[in-house]
Design a protein around this ligand. Structure first.
Ligand SMILES: Cc1ncc(COP(=O)(O)O)c(C=O)c1O
Ligand SMILES: N[C@@H](CCCC[NH3+])C(=O)O
Length: 419
């Protein structure tokens, strides 16, 4: 359930009519609902109630907006970060260093130093090479970095190939059959406190089976590691739960996920950690856009909207579906190609889509845009960066300014030799 509903024929975010936001901030603009974020945070936490003191780290990549992170920090959430930039954001939003997990296959030397300096809770080490580099940095600082070893369980997550991370051909983690040797070797390093295993097989998972298969392999590995004399006190089970992108789509509920995790991990005797992203933020946001014009097409009209692939990349990147609705539906329907203004055919949100009838100047939303939306924006075609708004009851605030093309140009320099 989300808090974007029609009231008196006008789509609202909580108690705020979306036309009021378009009027005040312009379009395109992302609109997030605080109540929905909090509800999802609560639902996910409650789904893990059968577990003993789970640690939940929001995957910052899904929505790194500072205000969104602050809402989650107040819910007791930590952060899963994958860059120095995300680490700075999580700290700025009020997340405690101890509640931060640093994932990522390409942490630079500087990022490893930064994580250590901030004394973050855990590094999810993705290779033997990274482990030795981190150990050397930590030793020099007279410290021991708390680490989990991320394993690649070679499980097909049955999601889009570009967001699948747990197959042996994917770059993430170390192969399971080498994990015990690597863990044992890294555990000898003075600079490392090897304390657990991490796994994350992909995003937008529509079924629990691949997760269960991956977790079962982690369970066996934990047994093997302990048999080899290693300490294992933590297991990070990543994120990945899918969300409905189409009204009525059935996906595993967080409670089913929690029950499965409790069943599979009951004898592990570790502190479990989680890195949910999309399931918290996805349906907590919409992208509000205005129809620029309706252009006659061969089969159907083109609805040219003022949002584009630079604002919401998922349809262009993954062929992803986002429900599209009028803000003030007339009751009439149409079939249209929904496109942005960018000079690429890929700047297409939907082809042959049946939707509310819309005309030039009308407002509409792409739903389920709260995760992997604004965070993946670019300024392609010199369009500037999209604005973001957070709604809280009957009030709203701009939580990210629209960055104008001229401001982006300000960061560019003309070399002397072209002056
Ligand atoms: C390491 C890691 N953790 C967590 C996530 C969050 O995934 P999701 O948004 O699907 O929950 C991702 C993204 O897939 C990831 O790569
Ligand atoms: N960007 C992807 C998700 C990537 C998950 C990152 N590990 C999407 O929009 O679906």
């Amino acid at each position: 359930m989300d808090h974007f509903t029609l009231r008196d024929g006008v789509l609202h975010a909580e108690d705020v009519p979306l036309p009021a936001i378009a009027e005040a901030v312009g379009t395109p603009v992302y609109v997030y609902s605080r109540a929905t974020i909090e509800r999802h945070a609560t639902v996910f936490r409650e789904a893990l109630a059968p577990l003993d003191d789970p640690h939940i780290a929001f995957a910052v990549k899904a929505n790194p907006n500072l205000a969104v992170l602050r809402v989650l920090a107040r819910q007791g959430y930590g952060a899963d970060v994958v860059s120095g930039g995300e680490l700075i954001r999580a700290l700025a939003a009020g997340m405690k260093p101890a509640d931060i997990v640093f994932s990522g296959v390409g942490k630079t030397h500087a990022e490893l130093e930064q994580g250590l300096r901030e004394d973050i809770g855990q590094f999810n080490v993705e290779s033997e090479e990274e482990g030795y580099e981190l150990a050397a940095i930590a030793r020099r600082a007279g410290r021991a970095a708390r680490c989990a070893l991320r394993v690649n369980p070679d499980v097909d997550a049955r999601t889009h190939e570009k967001i699948s991370t747990g197959k042996s051909e994917n770059k993430f983690g170390v192969p399971l059959d080498r994990a015990t040797a690597i863990y044992t070797a890294l555990a000898q390093e003075d600079g490392l406190d090897m304390r657990g295993i991490a796994v994350h097989i992909g995003s937008q998972l529509a079924s629990l089976e691949p997760l269960e298969a991956a977790f079962a392999k982690v369970g066996a590995l934990i047994g093997e590691l302990r048999g080899a004399g290693c300490k294992v006190t933590h297991a990070d089970l990543g994120g990945g739960l899918g969300v409905p992108y189409r009204a009525g789509e059935a996906l595993p509920a967080p409670a089913e996920y929690g029950a499965m995790v409790a069943r599979v991990t009951k004898d592990w005797n570790v502190r479990l950690m989680f890195e949910p992203g999309r399931v918290i933020a996805g349906n907590a946001g919409v992208l509000l856009t205005r129809v620029v014009r309706v252009k006659r097409g061969l089969t159907h009209p083109f609805l040219v909207v003022d949002a584009a692939m630079n604002d919401l990349a998922r349809p262009a990147l993954y062929g992803a579906w986002h429900d599209f609705e009028a803000v003030e539906p007339s009751g009439e329907r149409m079939t249209a190609h929904i496109v942005g203004p960018i000079c690429e055919t890929g700047d297409t949100f939907a082809m042959d889509r049946e939707c509310d009838a819309l005309g030039a100047g009308h407002l509409a939303v792409f739903r389920t845009a709260g995760a992997y939306g604004a965070t993946m924006a670019s300024s392609y075609n010199s369009r500037g960066f999209v604005a973001e708004v957070l709604v809280d009851g009957d009030r709203f605030a701009v939580v990210a300014d629209r960055i104008a093309p001229s401001a982006i140009m300000d960061a560019e320099r003309m070399p002397d030799w072209l002056a």
